[in-house]
Design a binder for this molecule. Sequence first.
Ligand SMILES: Nc1ncnc2c1ncn2[C@@H]1O[C@H](COP(=O)(O)OP(=O)(O)O)[C@@H](O)[C@H]1O
Ligand SMILES: [Mg+2]
Length: 381
Amino acid sequence: MADILIRGVSKAFGATPVLKGVSLGVHDGEFISLVGPSGCGKSTLLRILAGLERQDAGEVHMAGECMDALAPGARDIAMVFQSYALYPHLTVRENIAVPLSVRRLNRWQRLPVVGGIWPGSRAIRQQIDDEVKAAAGQLDIGHLLERKPGQLSGGQRQRTALGRAMVRRPRAFLMDEPLSNLDANLRVQMRSEIVALHRALGGTFVYVTHDQTEALTMSTRVAVMIDGVLLQVASPADIYFDPSDLRVAEFIGNPRINLLACETNADGQVFHRATSLGLALAKPAGAGMRVTVGLRPEAIRLGPWDRSGLHAVVRTHEHLGGEVLVQVELTAGAGKVTARCDALGALPGIGSEVTMRFEPGRALVFDGHGQRLALAPSCRA
Ligand SMILES: Nc1ncnc2c1ncn2[C@@H]1O[C@H](COP(=O)(O)OP(=O)(O)O)[C@@H](O)[C@H]1O
Ligand SMILES: [Mg+2]
């Protein structure tokens, strides 16, 4: 059963549509990433899930129950924001304890002095403190409990915000770009910590990011959203190797996928006029259509010019350590292509003529609307 079910959710701000009929099922205990460029509507969708924003159309269900009439506090979910949203005047201990104090102590018991002597409050406070310490220990911030947010590093603040979400033991965690304020090293470290946290807690995680690396490395499924539309929901490998839409292929992948503007010939097969490259489709398209052939940089092989493939000239080398991105220019103004090469292999020199080859089965073909076209089995062999 889907733990979270989003059905046909639309939202506009004024006359601007932001979400256009988004549907998504998130499995119980799953870690799913929602990835897309800035402004595509990710935060808006998350805020609708949390009940902080109201959709114009569509429904949100959790555990089979419609959430739409429920206030944020009644939804059994915790949200972690990029900005941490910690109380600056409270210590780490007090910040993490906030959701528990609000839930378990009455108005009088929460007061600093009166609360200390109010009947029953001592045992409850002790219990809260134990839970705060356990969460802080799990996040490795147990030694920082008396500090205020101003005395913490970015990573420690983020951990405090995670601790505050954890103690609620919510059914689902919604995270909105929680790592984007951290420096690069810490981001990589926190990535694996959040994955470990998901394993330890076992809740459902919906993780919003504009960073494709985070989405691909952290989650079991990735939902790619562009311009308020969910284009594809699939495993990280399928999103990368088997994109269903040209916009997904262009957004995911660093360096970007190489695109060749092609057409279909009289037989309805893919044809690249400048290089005479041809590819067979499973279902021939109409003649004279525009199609796009996408090639990932690692699908391209470069060798000395020997007329066995496409002719190209090497323009630049970009050294990335273990690998080198080699940019070549195809003959006859057919554009530039980037190949990912092994830094320890034989690199063709800048200015040299090369043969560019690729396995036909690794070509990704898209029609004029950006929809993927399957290749004939002969290409896939
Ligand atoms: N409260 C709001 N009022 C008006 N426009 C908004 C509001 N919230 C978001 N938007 C607009 O909606 C679009 C999507 O925003 P958002 O969901 O924050 O995108 P993302 O999180 O993917 O970067 C943006 O163009 C943004 O300016
Ligand atoms: Mg956002």
